[in-house]
Design a protein around this ligand. Structure first.
Ligand code: ZN
Length: 421
């Protein structure tokens, strides 16, 4: 199929006017303005005045929790987690989690997201991503506090579960592991995850330095996170180190590890992360709504960190709307630095596409429109944009209702046909 559009944003630096993309066998085979003549037997889909661009990559989400939306208000993270039911034995049953995850995956797809880095305790997210047709990594969550003294055997059981899920889902979805955070996984579990990443190339995601309370907890065993654990009869796991130093000691600052949030980090820790090959998933709306703070996105970018954008769950960001996430990221970066020049719309679009793909280690496969990559492509309606508008800015001002087409691996998973007269 040849997809024609008024603009093609390749995200390699080129915006091509009045051009087309040839998709065959799920891959991008050619890009140019005369493809219909060059491939006369190939069907042509003319999308009109719109931007064809790489699908968005949501580098951190929890689609299992989509039905947790609008249940709680004005809760700080530790109280929010408590109300979410993240206590031993209080997770939702699999069928309910699956329905919630399918809703979340569908919302993501309708927002132009083609790829997820999703952390899931039940594993339902992996099945939901497969059913909806998304690409990505589903990180199976494990919590040191619920793994007890048998954590080594529990870890092996988790690896077996991961293999079992992998055998039942689409080849577009890979199973990883998520030790959640330094306050729910002990050092031994963090090290087991680091070894799995280093030896078996298992992708890892975890939450890091999301709130100020995390450092109080790891350094001194005090503060609201310690109180939350005490209510569950869980002793503090004091490392005497900051959260970032804690995972560095565990060997988790390595390639293949995605760190969600990184709000409360020092300049030295930003440099340490940036030079480590671990990546950062920036979740500006979730961090703002849960009162966690504003991550130093501009300083991470200046330090050369690999950084993508994430929504986190609908329970904390409200809408799995990537256009809103991009605008929030752009606005907050300028506000915190008190300088509108620090970040352009194109910088944020890059984070939302190829940046996210790099963050998940999938940049050889997706994230740009280039010959040889898989066809994860979205079409964003620009029919009411003026001719002099910058296409990148025009996309930033759109919403999920402007997404006309979503391809993952060449398969249309969202299509909006024009309504009748
Ligand atoms: Zn999260």
């Amino acid at each position: 199929m040849i997809y024609k559009a008024s603009h093609i944003l390749t995200m390699t630096g080129d915006t091509i006017a009045d051009s087309a993309v040839l998709v065959r066998d799920g891959g991008i085979c050619d890009i140019g303005s005369n493809l219909a003549a060059a491939y006369p037997d190939e069907p042509v889909r003319d999308l009109g005045k719109c931007a064809l661009m790489p699908g968005f990559v949501n580098a951190h989400s929890h689609i299992d929790y989509t039905m947790q939306r609008n249940r709680h208000d004005a809760l700080n993270l530790w109280d929010w987690i408590d109300n979410l039911g993240c206590r031993t034995g209080c997770f939702p049953d699999y069928d309910l989690a699956l329905q919630s995850a399918i809703l979340g995956a569908t919302e993501c797809a309708r927002s132009g997201i083609t790829c997820l880095g999703d952390s899931t305790f039940t594993g339902a997210a992996a099945e939901a991503m497969s059913k909806v047709g998304l690409r990505g990594i589903a990180y199976l969550e494990l919590f040191g506090q619920s793994m007890g003294n048998n954590y080594e055997q529990d870890f092996i059981t988790k690896l077996n579960t991961a293999r079992d899920i992998q055998s039942r889902i689409s080849a577009l979805v890979r199973i990883g592991l998520s030790p959640h955070a330094v306050y729910t996984s002990n050092q031994e579990v963090l090290k087991l995850c680091a070894d799995s990443c280093a030896i078996s190339d298992i992708p890892i995601a975890l939450h890091l330095a999301e709130t100020w309370a995390e450092a109080d907890y790891t350094l001194k065993g005090t503060g609201p996170i310690a109180q939350w654990r005490a209510r569950m009869d869980r002793p503090p796991m004091i490392t005497g180190l900051s959260p970032t130093q804690t995972i560095y000691e565990a060997g988790l600052l390595r390639k293949g590890v995605c760190l969600a949030h990184c709000v409360h980090v020092t300049d030295d820790e930003i440099d340490l992360i940036a030079h480590s090959e671990a990546s950062v998933a920036h979740c500006p709306r979730s961090n703002a709504y849960l009162g966690a703070g504003i991550a130093p996105m501009t300083r991470f970018r200046s330090a050369g960190a690999t950084i993508g954008l994430g929504t986190d769950s609908a329970g904390s960001c409200m809408r799995l709307d990537f256009f809103e996430e991009m605008r929030f990221a752009l606005g907050l970066a300028r506000a915190i630095e008190q300088d509108a020049a620090v970040t352009t719309a194109n910088d944020v679009l890059r984070m939302a596409t190829i940046g996210g793909a790099e963050t998940l280690g999938l940049d050889k496969c997706v994230g740009t429109i280039e010959v040889g990559k898989r066809a994860d492509i979205v079409a964003v309606d620009l029919s009411d944009a003026l001719s002099e508008e910058d296409p990148a800015l025009a996309i930033m001002s759109r919403s999920p209702s402007d997404v006309k087409l979503v391809l993952v691996d060449g398969t249309e998973i969202v299509t909006k046909r024009p309504s009748g007269p």
